[in-house]
Write a protein of this length. Structure first.
Length: 463
């Protein structure tokens, strides 16, 4: 009987808690808009956001697809049967495709091989590019005792009479990699905004930060895991992804160890990351990693790329290319304190939403990349918070019609707040607010108390 009493009370409290505050996220939903058949097995994919051309590496070359028409433009034949890494520089319109013997440099204007880098690559994560500095980073595990595994930084030098133009500007040795007898992997990723290169080495499970200006290792951290496969970087947040985890690229501290799916791409304009798990594609917030949208396809996805300007997502399946669309724009989060609907629409990541009836305030955090502009629109009913409204950012009073605008339609308040991106705490205070326990909550408590009283009475009567 006691267990029943406790269970009934806990159920009532749970129901009450759900009534007080629930939340939901409404991002622009993913939708499948096209499926394109490929006559060859695909390996990797990359997008030039400037030309809106999509490059798909296959067993003996590159398929070029027009992102506007979704039609195959041409196929670039290469001399090797297996391609691995594929990166694009949208600034110079150059495509780099790696094989087990060399890296081909393709002119995106002519779709012709214009150069070669004499270095082999066996994994897609062994090559990375900084489009701002036009430096290509290629992992070079030597597999020879007493010789360091390293990362070679290739820079373009215009010396025509030599017949090639890419030279090693620097080689960054991986510490302690000259000792082991076993073959270990070196993987690399780049953040072009900070000019930082991130490398992992499977020999000692270490993540390295390399300064792209000096080509020196400036920070290291060890992680728990048996094998290092760095998957990429989100330039918006400077988070580095591998092993289902996210690390802060500045501090090398672990941000989260529970990423939904495997990181494949980032939209650095709208701070989205895209992950895959079997046949499902997930869209996650770049800061909080909460799921914004998802779509399950008919087969396992091996790789994907995104054009941040168009919102088009390209996913590779078994001899298929799936084209998905996610209309770019702000994300709307809905909260329901005491069954009152509050909407926060923002280009920032929003977290830690709270409503406090005692202090008569709404508070939440907004996060965005430094140096970018942020905004949020918040709408709530006039029976939740009302009277004279004041808004504070990080404890500082905001000025109406300067820092924010206010509209009122007789039932709802709407505030449009602007700010420079960083991490901010927003507080919206009113002079009046809904009681801490409105009538619906009081009814639930009364019902719970009555139920417990009846149970207690019956228990005493029967005993």
């Amino acid at each position: 009987m006691t267990n029943r009493i406790v269970s009934g009370f806990l159920f009532t409290m749970l129901l009450l808690g759900m009534l007080m505050l629930t939340s939901d996220v409404h991002a622009n939903a993913l939708k499948l808009v096209d499926t394109i058949a490929l006559d060859k097995e695909p390996h990797n994919i990359a997008v030039n956001e400037q030309t809106n051309l999509v490059y798909i590496s296959v067993e003996d070359g590159i398929i070029v697809l027009d992102g506007n028409t979704r039609k195959i433009v041409t196929e670039i034949h290469l001399d090797h049967n297996t391609t691995y890494g594929l990166v694009v520089n949208p600034q110079t319109n150059r495509i780099f495709v790696s094989t087990s013997e060399r890296v081909y440099v393709i002119n995106g204007d002519t779709n012709q091989v214009m150069d070669e880098i004499a270095q082999n690559v066996y994994h897609e994560n062994e090559i990375a590019l900084n489009p701002v500095t036009n430096v290509v980073y290629i992992a070079d595990p030597t597999h020879i005792k007493d010789t360091y595994d390293r990362i070679d930084a290739y820079e373009y030098v215009n010396i025509t009479y030599l017949g090639y133009h890419w030279f090693i500007n620097a080689s960054i040795n991986i510490p302690d990699s000259n000792v082991p007898l076993y073959v270990h992997a070196v993987h690399v990723a780049v953040n072009p905004r900070t000019n930082r290169i991130y490398a992992t080495w499977s020999g000692n499970n270490t993540l390295y930060t390399i300064d792209g200006n000096t080509n020196t290792i400036v920070k290291t951290t060890h992680y728990v895991g048996d094998y290092s496969t760095i998957k990429g970087c989100n330039p918006f947040t400077n988070y580095v992804y591998f092993l289902g985890r996210a690390w802060d690229g500045e501090t090398l501290e672990n941000v989260t160890s529970s990423i939904l799916g495997t990181f494949e791409a980032a939209n650095s304009l709208y701070n989205r990351i895209y992950t895959i798990k079997s046949g499902t594609i997930y869209v996650l917030d770049g800061y909080t990693h909460e799921q914004l949208s998802s779509l399950r396809l008919s087969e396992i996805i091996i790789n994907l790329a995104v054009n941040p300007k168009t919102g088009d997502i390209y996913a590779l399946g078994d001899r298929k290319l799936f084209v998905l669309q996610e209309p770019v724009g702000p994300t709307t989060r809905t909260y329901t304190p005491y069954e009152r609907k509050v909407e926060v629409s923002s280009n920032s990541s929003v977290s830690e939403f709270q409503f406090n009836g005692t202090t008569k305030q709404i508070s939440f955090k907004v996060i965005g990349a430094n140096g970018t502009n942020g905004f949020c629109n918040i709408t709530f009913p006039n029976d939740l918070l009302w009277g004279t409204i004041s808004i504070y950012k990080d404890g500082s009073f905001l000025v109406k019609d300067v820092d924010y605008t206010q509209t009122y339609n007789a039932t709802h308040y709407t505030f449009h707040i602007i700010y420079d991106h960083s991490t901010h705490t927003m507080e919206i205070l009113g002079t009046e607010a809904i009681p801490e326990f409105p009538i619906t909550c009081m009814l639930l408590l009364f019902m719970a108390a009555t139920l417990l009283g009846v149970i207690a009475y019956k228990r005493r009567y029967w005993h």
